[in-house]
Design a protein around this ligand. Structure first.
Ligand code: NAP
Length: 417
């Protein structure tokens, strides 16, 4: 494919899909989108860290060939005001694996979130957020080491699907009339209206991915999180369809909580994954009080958004939490925080969220040796208490480093491993 502004590195090769698996050459081309605000600071620091880990792990036998893609404010400058260029989407499809920094979304009308648009355009239906404790990271929990949870958040449906009708518009009045006259429901005059679609298709593919992940990664349980006691035909249906697919497609590998008590008196049989469900509000409490009881979570869009930030706060906050948006094979890894505009271009913020998203990316392409080096070097930097401002304010006797200095410190540790 030819592009107007994207330059595909000549010496790299594309990742391909072979049956159900990725086929990754030793010189893969991976896409990256710098992002707005603090994006350029954290991206340049992270690129250096990933490259150092790959070089150390494979001594030149493997190398990532980075291909810059454009979205957000940088894209608008290059593509004459287009924040969301079509050729960037084409390149994300062609390259299969990419990573992105945060993108600005002005609050209020007129501008659709680029992140939401990207997820919907590319049908990146699963937002995957692993949240685990790294030794030395400041945490408000008594036993933060118990936190090791992977959230699979549905990415395309729910109240985030953008079916909203503004108060005072003709469309709003028309829908309100239909709901009152035809459906016999009532609500306050001039209420803004939104639709919350939750489908069997959207639920089943998300829960399938979560269970498959649990199987592949030897996890103990998959918990379906929902508010089905109140929203029976959306959130309650998510739970029912989740159990259905667990039993239909993974019968030999899973056991439901009901089966556990009915047939096994509560004793987990060997080699099985527990599929259970919990109401969303109690999950917030349980993840603070007994995080060790949870492993993989499958959630709808809104619940998962709240839950993943709350959980990240237990082990260092959004400055460190990584994430990915995935379809069946195409994956866009991303920092989970926003553009923090007040810190833009100050070389100040923590690059770890993007950097650990890159660790997930290295694992996804099977380069686990490079990922492990970063995972092992990171606690050593924490141990030295050489951290960016956000961690320094939570630690005693810490030395505050800039973004680039933090990258230097981490690379130094990687090179000494
Ligand atoms: P934000 O950019 O995530 O920043 C909120 C606060 O979180 C910052 O002020 C800072 O806290 C802390 N923080 C964020 N990133 C950090 C980092 N790398 N290191 C250390 N601390 C960090 O959230 P926001 O201010 O609500 O949103 C700003 C813009 O980002 C909006 O346009 C929003 O739509 C967009 N956004 C984009 C994404 C995405 O692209 N995925 C996600 C969320 C928000 P302190 O001030 O306490 O230091």
């Amino acid at each position: 494919m030819t592009y107007k502004h994207i330059e595909i590195p000549e010496n790299g090769a594309r990742i391909s899909i072979n049956g159900n698996a990725l086929s990754v050459p030793d010189n893969p081309i991976l896409g990256y989108i710098e992002g707005d605000g603090i994006g350029s600071d954290i991206t340049s620091a992270s690129l250096r860290i990933w490259d150092a880990a790959v070089e150390k792990a494979y001594q030149g036998k493997r190398k990532v060939h980075w291909c810059e893609l454009y979205m957000g404010e940088k894209a608008a400058g290059i593509y004459g005001g287009d924040f969301f260029p079509a050729e960037t989407l084409d390149a994300i499809r062609e390259l299969t694996v990419s990573i992105k920094g945060p993108l600005t979304t002005p609050v209020g009308g007129g501008f659709r979130s680029l992140n939401v648009s990207l997820r919907q355009e590319m049908d990146l239906y699963a937002c995957v957020r692993p949240v685990k404790y790294y030794t030395g990271v400041p945490s408000p929990l008594k036993k933060p080491e118990e936190v090791d949870v992977v959230i699979f958040r549905e990415n395309t449906e729910d109240v985030y699907s953008g079916i909203e009708f503004e108060s005072g518009t003709n469309a709003n009045a028309k829908l309100a009339r239909f709901l009152r006259d035809e459906m016999g429901v009532d609500f306050f005059e001039d209420a803004g209206l939104a639709i919350k679609p939750i489908s069997p298709h959207g639920t089943r593919r998300l829960v399938r991915k979560a269970i498959q992940y649990a199987i592949d990664n030897h996890r103990k349980s998959v918990t379906l999180v929902h508010k089905g006691n109140i929203m029976k035909y959306t959130e309650g249906a998510f739970m029912r369809w989740g159990y259905e697919i667990a039993k239909e497609e993974f019968r030999d590998q899973v056991i439901t909580e009901q089966e556990l008590w009915d047939d096994h008196d509560g004793a987990m049989p060997d080699g099985k994954i527990l599929v259970n469900d919990r109401i969303a509000d109690i999950m917030f409490q349980l993840l603070q009080l007994r995080p060790g009881e949870f492993d993989v979570l499958a959630t709808m869009n809104l619940n998962g958004d709240y839950l993943s930030d709350a959980l990240a706060a237990e082990v260092g906050g959004i400055g460190i939490a990584p994430g990915a948006n995935m379809a069946d094979h195409i994956a866009v890894f991303e920092a989970t925080h926003g553009t923090a505009p007040k810190y833009a271009n100050q070389d100040k913020v923590n690059p770890s969220s993007l950097m650990f998203s890159g660790v997930m990316m290295l694992e996804y392409i099977g380069w686990t040796e490079a990922a492990d080096l970063i995972n092992r070097a990171f606690p050593q930097v924490m141990d030295d208490r050489t951290v960016t401002y956000d961690f320094a304010r939570l630690m005693e006797n810490a030395t505050t480093l800039s973004t680039s200095q933090f990258a230097d410190a981490l690379i130094d540790k990687i090179n000494r491993l």
